[in-house]
Design a protein around this ligand. Sequence first.
Ligand code: EPZ
Length: 425
Amino acid sequence: MSSIEVIGGEQLKGELKIQGSKNAALPVIAATILNKGISRLKNCPKILDVIHMVNILEELGCRTSWDQNTLIVDSSSAFVTHVSEDSVRKMRSSILYLGAILGRFHEVTIAYPGGCLIGKRPIDFHLNAIKKLNVTQEFLGPDKSIIHCYTNRIIGNDVFLEFPSVGATQNAILTAVLSEGVTRIFNTAREPEVTEVCNYLIDAGARICGKGSSFIEVEGVKELHDVEFTLSPDRIVAGTYMAAVAATKGDVVLLNAPGRQLDSTIKVLKRIGCNIEVTQEVIKINNKQRPLPIDILKTQPYPGFPTDMQSQLMSIFCVANGMSTIVEEIFESRYQNVPELEKMGANISLEEEGNKAIINGMEALHGAVINAHDLRGGAALVIAGLTAEGTTIIHDAGYIERGYENICRDLTCIGARIRYCSDNA
Ligand code: EPZ
């Protein structure tokens, strides 16, 4: 894995274009299995997770190619209904192929995706939803870790999600699109990435209503057709760079930014002192003061404050003018950055139940040699390095490349002193 060197102290200034959305691209790439034809996905980010998902398409028999940032998929030749354990272990989002392969072939074999450092990441909600659609499930292998689902007919039904899970909502929709009858899904996730996969499917001829709400209805259709679709910009990448501007008292314009999907993040950044202006696809943000603390910040399902922005706000709170408390309500262990931030002089304490972090802001952090442990945590350590006095080396920075096309290129564009470096730096 690569490392990143950050020399702190620069105030970020300038203009930056936001890449396409990772968490929209992944479910849409899985969904391309369903139209048995051509999909042209424009504004598709070239990131590790997308590369993995495309490799799995090829494993399934699809043909893929790139034309700049447009991913072209021909799924007419797909014939394989199992996803290899190796592929699933490499990237847990491959579980999104569960619904897509089942929806098209009425059979799928896929390994249980492992957990990761932010949590156990079970898929019980996915399986309970799909079972309701006349699907038989069996668990194979010595440790029952291979899921085999099959049916002769997928029949629409009412599905009640125990929690507004993004992935479970997407898998239920993917399974129901080519089914017989109507599937009504209750307590669906409202994240923009659920809306995005619905928009792609509707453009391909699916009949879906209620996208973006807590109730989605899918009327099964016989088939879908070729489609050209433009992926939205990445709201978490945009939010990450906004947090970097807030932390460095910068002044930046983000182009091609999904302002309307960032309401809760914008509200929080305004509370810490930022001035933010949002027009159609442009976000202007500046911060002229040391960040203000927030007494309690809780992560919530959309449209609440996103868990994927929690680590980035923790980095800001480390240098805020007072004490802040974060309550992580979505994942059970999303505080992997705490020991790394403490190496930089941060003052953070975790409550025993593990989902509450209390951060006492310091005047400044100091550079250190630290390690990234996950995607968003790694990006948040870059933000800490940007504010720190001196040089920070972040090892295992490869995690960041899973979701950011090139964080060093992007931040250098707006004045950061940051570069990839060798692992033994
Ligand atoms: C999606 O993960 C995102 N990933 C995550 O982004 C994001 O943090 C998460 O939604 C929440 O917004 C993609 O879109 C590829 P969930 P997902 O199902 O679908 C529990 C990033 O950094 N749960 O909404 O896996 C689960 O353990 C990533 O880009 C069950 O218990 O999230 C978690 O505690 C990180 N059983 C909570 O629900 C299930 O069957 C929310 O998970 C499913 C989920």
